[in-house]
Design a protein around this ligand. Sequence first.
Ligand code: URA
Length: 235
Amino acid sequence: MNTVSTLTREQTLREMGLGPVWKLREQPVRESSLVGGCDEVLVSQDASSNDWPALQSTVLDCRLCTLCQQRKQAVLGVGDVQADWLFVGEGPGADEDEKGEPFVGQAGKLLDNMLAAIELKRGHDVYIANAVKCRPPGNRTPTDEELNSCRPYLKQQIAMIKPRLIVTLGGTAAKTLLQRDEIKVGSLRGQVHEYEGIPLIVTYHPSYLLRSPMEKAKAWEDLCFMRRTMFDLKQ
Ligand code: URA
C-alpha cells in the first residue's frame, strides 16, 4: 500500500467535505448474494492469456451496440492489471471520451481524492474500469441492452486482473455485476456482496457525491469499510 502523508490525507478529507477522521463503530456484515448467470461469450479470449492488447483492440473496434456511433473512442480502463482493487464506474463522460481514460473529469478528481483518503492511488494496486466502454450520449444512464453488450468486456477484465475486491461506484455498475433489476445503492452499501466468487462492495458514484455533498459522510464510511474488508481479505 502506498504511503500518503498525514497532511495530504487531511487535505483530502477536507476536499471531500468530511472534516476530521471518523471512526466506525460497527463491524461489517458479511452477505453473499448469488450472482445471476452472465453467459455471454462475445469475448473469445482465454482469461489466462492476459492479452490486454487484444482486448483493447476488440473494445476499440466494438460495434455491438449503438453507443459506438457517437463515441470518439472506447475507454477500456486504466491502472495496474494485477491490482488487488478494482473500481467500476458507469461509463465514460465527455472528458473520458476525449482522453481515452476513465474518471479524468470532475468526478475523477473526487475519485482520486477518495482513493487517497484510504492511501490508494490510481495505477498503484488499483484498476479503474466502467460498466460500458463508450460514452452514452448526453451522459445518460446506459440501457440494459448496452450493459448486456458490454458486460463480457468487464467480465474479461475481471478474469484477467483477478482483483481481491471489486468496488462498484453507483447503481449502474452494481446492477451489471450483481445482475439485479433494481439497485438502490443506499440499501446495498455496508455489505460484502460477491461477483463470481470475488467480494464486491457497493458505494456511491463520485458524480452523485458532487451533486449531493451531504452523502460524502456515508461515502467515507464506505471507504473505511472497504479498507477494513481488504485488510481482512489479506489475513
Ligand atoms: N463517470 C463514470 O462512471 N466513469 C467515468 O469514467 C467518468 C465518469
